[in-house]
Design a protein around this ligand. Structure first.
Ligand code: XMP
Length: 512
């Protein structure tokens, strides 16, 4: 059985980041709401608990507090920011609003650490930490030692070695904190005595055994989109139950160049039932004349379900529907949602049309980078595993205005050239998503001796941590120049190439 760490979320913004750091240290963890009861915590049986930050003051009315008795369980605890203040508050210290700003700290702060403290063992004595707190610990609880300070604040970290309780005012999980991951690693290995048994090789073995046990001699159905999540899911099931799995790959004709064939080729090595439905004509005829982005999205989403439904009926009764839900979706779905900017279409959110005995989600505990690692472990082709995100509605939401076959061809070629040049320049790692879009603008140009009146291609490239906000990438001009020259020379009916220098917000990542 896996050793587990429990991350108690008190409403901070970094709960997922903390979880990712813990997993990067090869220790399994789960994020749970601060409301979990003492019995639930005992049943979970963690080797350590991490309290996240939170937006409130520990004294605020309705502020969040952990289950009573949590400090008496004998389980090591690391409190981060608000989590640190909770430890101080509950164990007889005191927390104060830094009214005169003297101890209020935001941003990068030079911090001095006591390297005798297990949390900072083996680290440099001084380093930058990322602070973001209005309140601070005024009085340290009995039994605790001060283990870090900054110029402004004497009480940056506290430790009770005997009770294995640790608190830091700063955020070790964010990249701005130097050696932050090592501090988390120290908590896991030095304080909680973790052995570090969370690896994708182990996960693969257990997941396969579990799938075999669950599915028995039943049949499973999976909608394969060619994206990383559904591909890894398919590979895992293929490995586990082979022919009992049917993958339905709906090729809506809105994929990038060669994508449909690549997806099909990647699954050749497994003996599964692979159905590719070439539904391009259906989708294009439904989309004919449509220009409004939301309408296009709805049409594609609905048509997708219709096609899948028809295939499902042909296949007959299936016991399990497999979905590629991943851990960030699971965590997010437990939170209040912000306003809907666009109606997302995902093959993940498939309907309840056929009656399945059960829905299986074998990736629901994994982060994206872990899903990729699992894909590699399963021997999936690298181009599938490292694929950048591609929206369910495909190129339809990268063509402004009406979608036609001719426009799709233009866009496919331009996008391919852009991706090829980014790869040749070796700068993929500087961007999280990059693609070409086809604007609905035609303008005058000159080619040879002739006048042209052709389309403008827009290039987009963003860097982002979470896709909620994003920056445009400063692609070197010489790379842009090569891309532009190749596109106007090699792609008929394009005479201009534009580069989108808008961030999100106010723009979005997609160009629709
Ligand atoms: P936006 O354009 O909303 O994009 O800033 C944020 C991220 O979401 C992706 N995206 C989608 N993914 N189905 C998906 O699976 C969709 O309908 C969809 N729309 C946008 C987009 O590619 C970017 O990564």
């Amino acid at each position: 059985m896996e050793e587990k760490v429990l991350i108690l979320n008190f409403g901070g913004q970094y709960d997922q980041l903390i979880a990712r750091r813990v997993r990067e240290c090869n220790v399994y963890c789960e994020v749970k709401d601060y409301t979990v009861t003492l019995d639930e915590i005992k049943a979970f049986n963690p080797i350590g608990i991490i309290f996240t930050g939170g937006p409130d003051s520990v004294y605020a009315e309705n502020s969040y507090h952990p289950a009573e008795g949590i400090f008496e369980l004998g389980i090591p605890i690391l409190g981060i920011c608000y989590g640190c203040q909770l430890i101080a508050h509950h164990l007889g210290g005191s927390v104060t609003a830094a009214a005169d700003n003297s101890a209020r700290e935001y941003g990068k702060t030079l911090t001095t650490y006591d390297t005798d403290c297990l949390l900072f063992k083996g680290l440099p004595e001084k380093g930058i930490s990322w602070m973001s707190h209005g309140d601070y610990m005024e009085k340290v609880p009995k039994g605790f030692k001060l283990t870090a300070h900054s110029d402004k604040c004497p009480n940056v970290a506290i430790a009770d070695k005997e009770k294995k309780l640790y608190g830091v005012q700063f955020h070790p999980e964010v990249n701005h904190t130097e050696n932050g991951t090592r501090m988390i690693g120290n908590f896991l290995y030095e304080v909680c005595s973790a052995s570090g048994n969370w690896t994708m090789e182990g996960y693969k073995r257990r997941a396969i055994a579990e799938i075999r046990e669950n599915v028995g001699d039943g049949r499973a159905l999976l909608a394969l989109s060619g994206g990383v999540d559904s591909s890894v899911c398919a590979a895992l099931f293929a490995e586990a139950v082979g022919k009992q799995l049917t993958c339905v790959f709906v090729d809506h004709g809105l994929m990038r160049k060669n994508e449909g064939d690549e997806v099909e080729a990647a699954f050749k090595k497994w003996d599964i039932n692979f159905i590719r439905v070439n539904a391009k004509d259906r989708f294009l005829s439904k989309l004919a004349g449509k220009t409004e982005p939301e309408e296009k999205r709805k049409i594609i989403g609905e048509e997708f379900i219709r096609v899948f439904e028809e295939e499902g009926k042909k296949i007959g009764k299936t016991d399990y529907l497999v979905q590629g839900t991943i851990y960030p979706d699971v965590i997010e779905s437990g939170k209040e949602n912000a306003a809907t900017i666009k109606s997302h279409h995902n093959v993940g959110g498939l309907p309840d049309f056929v009656d399945f005995k059960e829905i299986l989600e074998p990736l629901r505990l994994l982060f994206k980078d872990e899903v990729r690692a699992l894909g590699r472990e399963l021997g999936l082709a690298e181009y599938l595993v490292s694929r950048q995100p591609f929206p369910g509605p495909g190129l339809a939401i990268r063509i402004i205005g009406e979608i036609t076959e001719e426009k799709l061809d233009i866009l496919r070629e331009a996008d391919y050239i852009f991706r090829e040049e980014i790869s040749k320049a070796g700068i993929e790692h500087t961007m999280n998503q990059y693609f070409a879009a086809l604007t609905n603008m035609r303008s005058v140009g000159v080619m040879g001796d002739g006048r042209t009146y052709d389309w403008a291609i827009a290039l987009r490239s963003v860097s982002t941590a979470d896709f909620m906000t994003a920056d445009f990438v400063r692609i070197p001009y010489d790379v842009l120049e090569t891309v532009s020259r190749r596109i106007v020379n090699e792609v008929p009916h394009v005479n201009r190439v534009l580069y989108d220098i808008t961030s999100k917000p106010p723009a979005t990542v997609e160009f629709e």
